[in-house]
Design a protein around this ligand. Structure first.
Ligand code: GDP
Length: 300
């Protein structure tokens, strides 16, 4: 929590500061409620979610008859946490099942942080004693396989790659095959995210999935979303959700935005558990997403 707070604090206390300023007034009048709303919308919580959160907060404040800043802050923290569906299962399905490795597909638009996140996840898994194979199925971006290979040697994971411009599905197939043959725990497959054309994406990811499923089911499909793209990211997310069964979201670059409220918008609008957050470019800059700790860091 301390690390999360310091990471977020660098850029992200906009929400905390804005709210704190409002809450430090002696009276919560109409203007104050409007400013609370504005702070949440500015932080990318989304207009609809903000409306719901503030309505509940106002009602609870009224019922309790409280005007104390500490109470309102606590109630707001509760409402924000609740908005993040704290009861959802956010564990990563990375453990082998029935003697075969868990297969994790990593999808998202170019630049969202897929390759980096694959590397960071592999590091966490290896540190936990898992063996990992990385599949470099992003065969379109020239440097992607090299970048993944660098992560692989850094964290101690094998990598399966194909010729540049080769068939992503073939690489994904080979990666899972190697994972099974060598008896590893987890196969992580980095895919290409060319979103120019939905049909093309659907064809490509669909094929990767079908081919991987020849070995058995995909255990987890992680959608990587760049937090700095704000509400636009939500639109991209929907396209991926139409194409594959996304089971978890990783929100990257939270260290680079003052709008941490996007997590709330993502959770509420997509209904898929945010499982991990990216807090920097380094190997340790990945954290499990814990709603209450996150809200506490957000409110400062
Ligand atoms: P991909 O095209 O989706 O595979 O994206 P990459 O993994 O290549 O990442 C794109 C850029 O974002 C790289 O410069 C990464 O170092 C950077 N990046 C990825 N995750 C994070 C994060 O959580 N925080 C920050 N600040 N940068 C990140």
């Amino acid at each position: 929590l301390v690390r999360l707070r310091s990471r977020l604090a660098r850029s992200q206390n906009a929400l905390g500061r804005g709210l704190l300023a409002v809450l430090s007034r002696d009276r919560l009048d109409e203007d104050a409620w409007e400013e609370i709303e504005e702070s949440l919308i500015t932080a990318d919580v989304g207009v609809e979610s903000t409306g719901q959160i503030v309505a509940k907060l106002r009602e609870r404040t009224r019922v309790l008859g409280t005007r104390s800043v500490a109470d309102v802050k606590m109630l707001l923290a509760e409402e924000l946490t609740e908005a993040l569906d704290p009861q959802l299962d956010r564990s990563l399905r990375a453990s082998p099942q029935d003697g075969r490795p868990a297969v994790i597909l990593v999808v998202g638009v170019n630049g969202a942080g897929k390759t980096t996140t694959c590397g960071k996840i592999a590091r966490v898994l290896v540190a936990d004693g898992h063996s990992v194979v990385l599949g470099a199925a992003d065969t379109f971006r020239a440097a992607a396989a090299d970048q993944l290979a660098t992560w692989g040697s850094r964290v101690g994971a094998d990598i399966v790659r194909g010729p540049e411009g080769g068939d992503p599905a073939a690489v994904a197939y080979d990666a899972v095959k190697q994972g099974i043959d060598t008896g590893v725990d987890t196969v992580l497959i980095d895919t290409a995210g060319r979103l120019q054309n939905k049909i093309g994406l659907m064809d490509e990811l669909g094929k990767v999935k079908r081919v991987v499923e020849k070995h058995g089911p995909v255990d987890e499909t992680l959608l990587i979303l760049d937090a700095t793209t704000g509400q636009n990211g939500l639109e991209q997310a929907r396209v991926f959700m139409e194409v594959c069964d996304v089971t978890g979201v990783v929100l990257t670059k939270l260290d680079g935005t003052a709008k941490g409220g996007i997590v709330i918008a993502v959770q509420r609008k997509l209904g898929i558990p945010v499982k991990l957050v990216g807090l920097g470019e380094g190997p340790d800059d990945l954290a499990p997403f814990e709603p209450a700790a996150f809200v506490s860091a957000l409110l400062g």
